[in-house]
Ligand binder design. Structure first.
Ligand SMILES: *[C@@H]1O[C@H](CO)[C@@H](O)[C@H](O)[C@H]1NC(C)=O
Ligand SMILES: *[C@@H]1O[C@H](CO)[C@@H](O)[C@H](O)[C@H]1NC(C)=O
Ligand SMILES: *[C@@H]1O[C@H](CO)[C@@H](O)[C@H](O)[C@H]1NC(C)=O
Ligand SMILES: *[C@@H]1O[C@H](CO)[C@@H](O)[C@H](O)[C@H]1NC(C)=O
Ligand SMILES: *[C@@H]1O[C@H](CO)[C@@H](O)[C@H](O)[C@H]1NC(C)=O
Length: 383
């Protein structure tokens, strides 16, 4: 019944692969390190807009029903009006919640996708469907080149909200045709964001500027997909990896999944590197999957001072069904679960919300114990 197939990945050796398609993010204020990385200064981080973009990604965990009032993340980018919130209901059981908003001061339409809190991606409760063998299908977007394949679970999540989001973005663009578009999200939301950005790129006027930035983004597709993303977006696509976060390392290279270019690796609290090309071995790929597995709490950040997940939200309540009894939890009570040694799930989830909340606790607990087993015994134990 419970399956934690993703944990299997942590028990496999990281397979190094060749490096291809240099696409270097140059910056006139920094010096390029000999190993294909560029340290980012605080000024660089400001000019790349990373704090605000992280806030838009974090807000996706918090904003509900039209109100841009969620605490730290919303306060960071206050001049924002919600146009649409979707997801988190029976109509989109496999899709993370999302919002579409407009910032007048940025003249920008923002699409934000909620991810996992804090590591739902480690749980199949949300139907992400990681498996030891790849689940690749052709991306359902017109003009997709032959050979492009993406993760089936991410595509399943994305198609449930893609046209609703497109409609909302088009409605705003009809009023403000010069607006740019930013698509962002964390974790599963980062994977969905990338698929969304491709779809918007195909559907919106060609002169509309589209940027996509993911935080804690897992690998989304194969080599042809990564090359396609690079050719479409160049440095308008990026993804931030926090320290030893394991999520960007799954699904594995060995399974045929490859990140596009644009990695920004927060190596530690003092060093952030912009990384040349795809899968640069001198950035987060220098962390082995087994080592990364111990860094699972890094998944929530902080990303340039912004934490991802429900915990930082205000005004958010989540109802969980445990043994048939609804239990309402406020955001503040949903703290990082990795130190929690409780398994509270006693029955199959009856709604998206129950899957989410219980998955949080289960994912954290089981991830921690399974990783310990892997490290000690070098063997995966089905739980
Ligand atoms: C360096 O980059 C910054 C921000 O991207 C820009 O404002 C500035 O004009 C650039 N300076 C030069 C000399 O190109
Ligand atoms: C990684 O670092 C090594 C040693 O400094 C260097 O030879 C190699 O070119 C770097 N890789 C990339 C992709 O920049
Ligand atoms: C794109 O072209 C349309 C139609 O010519 C125009 O109304 C719009 O302002 C343009 N958008 C940008 C960002 O320049
Ligand atoms: C890094 O920063 C985080 C958040 O500010 C803090 O909790 C952590 O202790 C810091 N780690 C180190 C090694 O200084
Ligand atoms: C590449 O250089 C940067 C900056 O000096 C350093 O932080 C990073 O650890 C290096 N990567 C590897 C794999 O040595």
């Amino acid at each position: 019944m419970l399956s934690f197939a993703v944990l299997f990945f942590f028990c496999l050796a990281l397979v190094e692969r060749g490096f291809s398609t240099p696409l270097f993010r140059r910056d006139n204020t920094t010096t390029t390190a000999a190993n294909g990385t560029t340290p980012l200064t605080d000024a660089d981080i400001q000019s790349l807009d990373l704090v605000n973009i992280a806030a838009f990604a974090a807000a996706a965990y918090c904003v509900r029903a039209g109100s841009w009032d969620c605490g730290v993340a919303c306060n960071q980018v206050p001049d924002t009006q919600i146009a649409l919130t979707i997801g988190d209901d029976a109509a989109t059981p496999d899709a993370p919640p999302a919002y579409v908003a407009y910032s007048q001061s940025r003249n920008q339409i923002i699409v934000g996708h909620e991810g996992t809190d804090p590591s739902q991606i480690l749980s199949v409760e949300n139907d992400v469907k990681f498996a030891p063998t790849p689940l690749l299908t052709v991306l359902n977007v017109a003009g997709t080149p032959a050979g492009v394949e993406v993760h089936n679970g991410f595509q399943t999540a994305w198609v449930q909200t893609s046209t609703t989001i497109l409609d909302a973005v088009q409605q705003i663009l009809a009023q403000v045709p010069t607006a740019s578009v930013l698509v962002t999200g964390h974790s599963l939301g980062a994977a969905v964001s990338l698929l969304d950005a491709i779809f918007l790129k195909q559907q919106l006027p060609s002169n509309t500027s589209i940027q996509v930035m993911g935080f804690g983004r897992p690998r989304v597709g194969n080599q042809a997909f990564a090359d396609w993303v690079d050719s479409m977006f160049g440095d308008k696509n990026g993804f931030v990896v926090s320290r030893d976060d394991p999520v960007p390392h799954v699904p594995l290279l060995d399974q045929g999944f490859v990140h596009a270019s644009g990695e920004i690796w927060i190596k530690d609290n003092t060093t952030t590197l912009s990384c040349a090309g795809q899968e640069n071995p001198n950035c987060s790929d220098s962390i082995g999957v087994l080592d990364a597995a111990t860094g699972v709490s890094d998944h929530t950040g902080p990303y340039f001072g912004i934490d991802m997940g429900h915990a930082p939200c205000v005004n958010l309540e989540i109802t969980t069904t445990i043994s048939g009894t609804p239990v309402t939890t406020t955001a503040a009570q949903i703290t990082t679960p990795f130190s929690t040694a409780l398994i509270i799930r006693t029955e199959a989830p009856t709604s998206k919300n129950s899957a989410r909340s219980v998955g949080v606790t289960m994912g954290g607990v089981v991830a921690a114990s399974a990783v310990a087993l892997c490290t000690v015994a070098g063997t995966f134990f089905a739980l």
